[in-house]
Design a binder for this molecule. Structure first.
Ligand SMILES: C[S@@+](CC[C@H](N)C(=O)[O-])C[C@H]1O[C@@H](n2cnc3c(N)ncnc32)[C@H](O)[C@@H]1O
Length: 449
């Protein structure tokens, strides 16, 4: 068993354990059953019920404004819209942003959807047949070729052409962009379940799936979802505005005004080496938005806050603990510095030599900027809720929830509480390759006076 260091923590905070029925709030399970929320299975999503609960608990009323600085697949914004609340959302990943923008557009009409399905039924078979297998293969990177049979891929390419080139409104095109995206993992004959893709493992359930039939079924289900969510909303959505930004929540000055927000509900990337850019590789490759790892690094990975070692170049000085973090939160900076030193030493004895040391420093530099910006946009007498998990890279425990709470105090919040949703990773306890720290998922509630 690995030795686990629990670095000394400054002041201890009271931590409350939430009842069992709330333990799934940090997961996407409920959202997979809810109209529109379920369109894109985002492995990093949380439950829309957690957002509803927060809105009710802190008396956020229709006409007020909620903000999610890590919008992801839009759970916070969709919930706000349903309940008649305005929203801001910032998402740095361009592809994920595009999906969410489409999910927030409820003006798509059934008649227009059905008209396009008619066109596709008429044109897809001949268009797909007109592609030579060599031309289809030349169109896509290796990963895509491994995930689909060649006739399926010809159908998908025909769909891509029709959705991209047929004359239709931008809103309708974006709706079908999500339909085709949702279809991709459905009809793949390789194991493409989230979050990992295993191109060499066969998924037999997809072998006889017909692209055209699945596409039409999915489009019909999704337009029914739009109709259903409007019924859920009972008209309240009509009086709301939503500003969705494909940008960087480390600094939203000029995009979100000072003291304009009544509540923040969000979930930042966890400090667990999850590479958001890589998780969408299949989709980016299919749509031709990237062809190589290098394209993904330039266009996505480099735009995200630090949370994975794949983002790190060891020569980059941005992974030194920032002067601002040291000035605002000296105790946090000292704790992070001790962890970084310990990780720098541990990595030298590990096969992978992962840059967890620099990842931890970069993570807290970035989170500090985001918490500071969140403080700026919140009105007085409001709360910001961060759903997140702690971690123990190379066995060094990093209590992310407490550190974010303390960063909050450093940038001006008056107080914070931690509520534990569930403990995680217990199943690893018996595995000698893993550490024995019981990790947890919690909600940090920051109060602004
Ligand atoms: C835990 S996920 C949020 C998921 C979201 N709650 C949902 O339900 O889908 C974190 C998100 O933060 C995004 N992100 C990372 N760095 C960012 C930054 N600097 N600004 C805005 N978004 C960022 C990632 O792309 C990812 O989608």
């Amino acid at each position: 068993m690995q030795t686990v260091v629990q670095l000394g923590l400054f002041e201890q905070k009271q931590i409350v354990k939430l009842p069992k029925q709330d333990s799934e709030w940090g997961t996407f399970k409920d959202s997979l059953k809810a109209p529109v929320h379920r369109w894109f299975t985002y492995p990093a999503g949380f439950s829309y019920k957690a957002v509803e609960h927060s809105i009710e608990r802190f008396d956020i009323a229709p006409g007020q404004t909620i903000y999610d600085p890590f919008m992801g697949s839009g759970t916070t914004n969709l919930t706000a819209k349903t309940l008649g609340i305005h929203s801001f959302g910032v998402e740095a990943h361009p592809f994920v942003y595009r999906i969410t923008q489409a999910k927030m557009n409820w003006e798509v009409e059934r008649g227009h959807v059905l008209d396009f399905l008619k066109t596709v039924r008429l044109e897809l078979p001949n268009l797909a047949l007109s592609y030579q297998p060599t031309a289809v293969k030349a169109e896509f990177p290796e990963l895509i070729l491994k995930c689909y049979q060649i006739n399926t891929l010809a159908d998908l390419l025909a769909l891509r052409t029709l959705v991209t080139e047929c004359k239709m409104s931008d809103e309708l095109r974006e709706f079908f962009f999500v339909v085709v995206t949702a279809l991709l993992r459905e009809v793949s004959t390789a194991a493409t379940g989230w979050p990992y893709i295993a191109p060499n493992k066969q998924k037999v359930t997809s072998l006889d799936k017909d692209v055209l039939t699945e596409f039409c079924n999915l489009a019909r289900r999704m337009i029914s979802d739009v109709e259903e969510i409007k019924v859920w909303s009972n008209g309240r959505y009509q009086h709301t505005t939503h500003t969705l930004i494909n940008g960087d929540s480390r600094n939203t000055t000029g995009q979100i005004p000072d003291e304009s927000v009544d509540h923040v509900f969000t979930s930042p990337p966890y400090l667990n080496n999850f590479d958001y850019a890589d998780r969408t590789r299949l989709e980016l490759y299919f749509w031709g938005e990237a062809k190589t790892w290098g394209d993904i690094t330039r266009d996505v990975r480099d735009k995200l806050m630090t949370s994975a070692t794949t983002q790190i170049a060891r020569s980059d000085s941005k992974y030194e603990i920032s002067a601002e973090l040291q000035a605002d939160c000296p105790e946090v900076a000292e704790f992070v510095d001790t962890a970084v030193t310990e990780l720098a030493s541990r990595r030298l004895h590990k096969g992978g030599k992962k840059s967890y040391d620099l990842m931890v420093a970069g993570y807290f530099n970035d989170i500090h900027q985001i918490v500071r910006d969140v403080y700026r946009v919140l009105k007085p007498n409001t709360k910001a809720l961060f759903v997140l998990g702690d971690s123990a890279p190379y066995g060094v425990h990093i209590p992310t929830d407490k550190l974010i709470g303390d960063i909050g105090l450093g940038v001006g919040f008056s107080d914070y509480e931690i509520e534990v949703l569930r403990t995680r990773g217990d199943k690893w306890k018996e595995n000698p390759q893993r550490h024995s720290v019981a990790l947890r998922e919690s909600i940090v509630i920051l109060s602004k006076r």
